[in-house]
Design a protein around this ligand. Structure first.
Ligand SMILES: N[C@@H](CCC(=O)N[C@@H](CS)C(=O)NCC(=O)O)C(=O)O
Length: 255
């Protein structure tokens, strides 16, 4: 059976799944499904027009956490989740912290790096982003400090899949990790940066983003959903966001 990942190098959640497939050493085809020519194909697989989507023969699996879970059910070799149930519950907590708290901040702040816009970010956006990221890292530092080092669950798995893309993107997008305040986070991130699977992901992404002009991806009308929207609205940038809608620069999932 052929596995195909409908992803995109510009999607943190698609990179999360690609890293999972690579850690499990599974063979798969990789399709960039966020280009205009793939839009109708993607719509058939996921009416929300979001990546990642994984197809495995006739099966279609949507949503990064569901996909990683599926991969362990279907291909139990080189598991991404820990064996003990208590550990799995904790690994999911680490995963959610990345998916729901870190990702929205990094992605919302990234729009002034890669999107096609010539305005400045709303005043205070990056300060709010860095402050909230530091709160996330306070929690992560504490969680990592109580676990084996450098891999909190002995080997890289779902937790590293969830954290790597956003940790690696921070600096490029004008955000930072304070190494003195968060030594366990830094130590863990360093271990990822020397692991071949994560090195390969970083290389793929860097090569892709080298020349933004060649991209056919939508870079004017930005796609908003879930936690990314919540972070923007809840941090006082609601008026900025309404102006984005009025200017036709915001788009939402159709289905
Ligand atoms: N909860 C979903 C979130 C997926 C998601 O937000 N995907 C974004 C890219 S990271 C997307 O496809 N956006 C559509 C677009 O940018 O056109 C998951 O974990 O897979």
């Amino acid at each position: 059976m052929t596995i195909c990942l409908y992803g995109s190098p510009i999607s943190t959640f698609a990179r999360k799944v690609a890293i999972g497939l690579d850690l499990k050493e599974l063979q798969y085809d990789l399709v960039d499904a966020l280009t205009p020519d793939r839009r109708e194909e993607l719509r058939k697989l996921n009416p929300r027009l979001e990546v990642p989507v994984l197809t495995d023969g006739d099966l279609v699996i949507v949503n990064s956490s569901d996909i990683l879970q599926y991969l362990d059910w279907r291909y139990p070799e080189q598991p991404l989740y820990p064996a003990k149930i208590e550990e799995r519950v904790l690994a999911r907590t680490f995963e959610r912290l990345a998916d729901q708290r870190l990702d929205p901040i990094v992605v919302d702040c990234s729009y002034w790096s890669w999107a096609d816009r010539d305005d400045k970010p709303p005043p205070g956006l990056f300060e709010a982003g860095q402050r909230d990221i530091d709160t996330v890292f306070d929690r992560l530092e504490q969680m990592l400090g109580a676990r084996p080092q450098p891999w909190p669950f002995q080997t890289p798995g779902v937790v590293e899949c969830a954290w790597f893309a956003n940790l690696a993107a921070l600096r490029t997008f004008g955000l930072a990790i304070d190494p003195e305040r968060f030594p366990a986070v830094m130590n863990w991130f360093k271990a990822m940066r020397t692991h071949p699977v994560f090195v390969a992901d970083a290389k793929r992404t860097a090569a892709f983003l080298k020349d933004l002009k060649h991209l056919t991806h939508e870079r004017k009308r930005l796609f908003w959903s879930g936690d990314r929207l919540e972070w923007m609205l809840s941090r006082g940038f609601d008026r900025w966001f309404m102006a984005e809608i009025d200017a036709g620069r915001a788009t939402f999932a159709p289905g």
